[in-house]
Design a protein around this ligand. Structure first.
Ligand SMILES: Nc1ncnc2c1ncn2[C@@H]1O[C@H](COP(=O)(O)OP(=O)(O)OP(=O)(O)O)[C@@H](O)[C@H]1O
Ligand SMILES: CC(=O)N[C@H]1[C@@H]2OC[C@@H](O2)[C@@H](O)[C@@H]1O[C@H](C)C(=O)O
Length: 375
């Protein structure tokens, strides 16, 4: 008979995410039946070495070739190293590293081979979460919204709330928890807001050799250059109706808008661009949310948080205020989605990715001796 992924009841899932900031791999355990969250477990982080980051960076925007193969090996090695420290989970949700994302043109590419992980770890691995959605006319992103719906219900929200992820790219999920299922029309609206931390990091690396604007220390002494901000907001992306998604480097001219400015003014202006893109995106919400719950590394930047508070008409708080872990929400999302895929449930909907109908995307790879329970 061998071992099986059970078809019902809560299981222990381990999610793994390597985000657009290229800093490292986050993993987190979640107990779920694919609908409800029953509990949160251990989490962990493994940074990429400087050499690994350079390998990943060299492959960004490529769809194939030696740079992509090298990046895939880096991603697999880092994940196996970290995931093997969690031997007793029922299923692993492996996002991989996005190298390129152009859903209406070439598609979407997340590297790291789930089969290699399943073989090395001896656990079922769910992976390639985005391709089916793209094949069905969707953006393939964002995918966290179904999990955000479960989070809203877990925290007992009774009125609409927004989850705002500020990673390399920003994404927003409007959740109406009065709809009991994420598939319900009206339960969700989601989209990428715009570039978030990636341009700040890239600018500061080029100018000052810094990985990030830690604590907003550079931006806080700067003045926002409103001309540059307005030019940025004139990008057609911001007036497009959602759902919509972005690749990490979709606004290559953005840094060019601030290169004439001082370090502080340029960083303040890039930070304001992130906040203004969010404010513009919020206009698409069907109702004003009760609050915006911020997750991802950007919530650690007080200058960015203050700009959001000034420009949005509702409370803006880190997700920690409702008892969630903003460093781990994406890893937990892929744990949640893995269970849904393994159980044949949808992971995206027309209002989260623009897909034609609800779809459950992902490949399930079972190691030798494992099977999917069928009844
Ligand atoms: N203390 C801090 N002060 C300022 N910025 C910070 C701080 N901590 C993290 N950040 C920013 O957050 C980024 C990391 O965010 P996060 O880990 O959410 O990104 P990611 O998951 O890789 O991206 P994505 O969600 O787009 O896939 C860092 O690169 C940095 O720009
Ligand atoms: C193609 C891709 O990897 N997109 C990421 C990226 O990082 C943030 C934003 O852009 C979001 O759309 C998505 O990640 C999150 C986890 C998501 O799918 O919900």
């Amino acid at each position: 008979m061998g071992k099986a992924i059970s078809k019902s009841g809560p299981v222990r899932a381990l999610g793994a995410m390597s985000g657009t900031s290229l800093d490292g791999v986050d993993v987190a355990v979640l107990e779920t039946d694919g609908r409800e969250i029953f509990g949160f477990g251990d989490s962990g982080y493994r940074p990429y070495s400087a050499q690994d980051r350079a390998t990943l960076r060299a492959a960004l925007g490529h769809w194939s070739g030696p740079a992509v193969v090298a990046a895939a090996r880096v991603v697999e090695r880092a994940h196996i190293d970290l995931l093997q420290r969690y031997p007793s989970v029922d299923v692993i949700g492996f996002h991989g590293q996005t190298l390129a994302h152009a859903p209406r043109l070439q598609g979407t590419l997340q590297v790291g081979d789930g089969e290699a992980l399943a073989a090395a770890l001896g656990r079922p691995v769910v992976w390639d979460f985005r391709s089916d959605d793209v094949a069905m006319g969707g953006e393939g992103a964002p995918l966290a919204p179904f999990f955000h719906h479960a989070c809203a219900r877990y925290i007992g929200a009774e009125a609409p709330v927004c989850f705002l992820n500020l990673g390399g790219v920003g994404n927003l999920t409007y959740v109406d928890p009065r709809y009991p299922r994420p598939e319900d029309a009206g339960a969700l609206l989601a989209f990428d807001t715009g570039p978030a931390n990636a341009p700040i990091n890239d600018f500061l690396m080029g100018r000052l050799g810094l990985e990030m604007d830690e604590g907003g220390r550079v931006a806080r002494d700067g003045t926002v250059e409103h001309g540059a901000l307005e030019l940025f907001l004139a990008e057609p992306y911001f007036s497009r109706l959602p759902p919509k998604s972005l690749d990490r480097n979709d606004f290559p001219e953005m840094i060019g808008l601030v290169t004439e400015l001082s370090d502080a003014d340029a960083t303040a202006t890039l930070t304001a661009m992130c906040a203004a893109a969010v404010a513009q995106g919020m206009e698409h919400c069907p109702e004003p949310p009760e609050q915006v719950l911020v997750t991802g590394g950007g919530r650690h930047n007080p200058v960015l948080m203050e700009m959001l508070r000034v420009s949005l008409d509702c409370p803006v708080e880190p997700v920690e205020t409702v008892g969630l872990d903003g460093d781990m929400l994406e890893a937990q999302a892929f744990a949640y989605l893995a269970v849904r895929v393994a159980r044949g449930m949808a992971t995206s909907a027309p209002r989260t990715t623009g897909v034609r109908a609800c779809v459950g995307g992902g490949i399930v790879t079972l190691p030798d001796g494992w099977r999917l329970e069928t009844s």
